[in-house]
Ligand binder design. Structure first.
Ligand SMILES: [Zn+2]
Length: 180
């Protein structure tokens, strides 16, 4: 049976919340895209226990817990404890925290764009020199090295960086902002 397509509904209003971004964020937090996506599918379906997630996804329970705790550490997953009146055992029901996720995604998005902007300014404000092996230095460093690559002992030549600047102008954060 094919896996049912889960609809990601968000209980917090933010232009940073969409399926792509929450998956991307989970991937960054857990370094496990495949398993974290399966777990997100569960969290966006219902409040679920770690055992239920393991059962539905086929992921080993200790692995499910590991990923849940990584999401919990970052604040994007929370749980409520419920005591079973018969066994007196606590069961943990997990849910996704959309509000916290929106703020984290916004932070990451702004950080990416700042890095892109910084790189662009650095490229625009400097001339670059390269050796035949591809080592690359801004003008100030190249003059310090008297235009000889300190790693390769080869001559450093001016290299135009217009194409790098063009590429940077087209780079965008891996997070996507929703259209209004
Ligand atoms: Zn070199």
């Amino acid at each position: 049976m094919a896996r049912k397509k889960i609809v990601y509904n968000f209980d917090y209003d933010s232009k940073f919340l969409n399926e792509h971004n929450v998956k991307k964020l989970a991937h960054n937090l857990t370094h496990d895209a495949d398993n974290s996506e399966k777990i997100l599918d569960c969290l966006f379906t219902a409040e679920v226990t770690d055992e239920q997630i393991a059962e539905v996804t086929g992921i080993k329970l200790n692995f499910v817990r590991k990923i849940l705790y990584k999401l919990f550490d970052a604040g994007v997953a929370t749980y409520t404890r419920k005591k079973d009146p018969e066994t007196q055992w606590f069961t943990y029901y997990w849910k996704y925290d959309c509000r916290k996720a929106a703020h984290l995604i916004e932070e990451e998005y702004n950080k990416h764009n700042q890095e892109i902007q910084d790189s662009l300014e650095f490229e625009e404000n400097n001339m670059f020199f390269v050796c035949p092996n591809g080592c690359r230095y801004p003008f100030d460093e190249a003059t310090d090295f008297q235009f000889i690559c300190p790693r390769c002992d080869e001559k450093l030549d001016f290299k135009d960086n217009a194409s790098i600047i063009d590429n940077l102008k087209n780079v965008e954060s891996t997070y996507i902002i929703n259209d209004d």
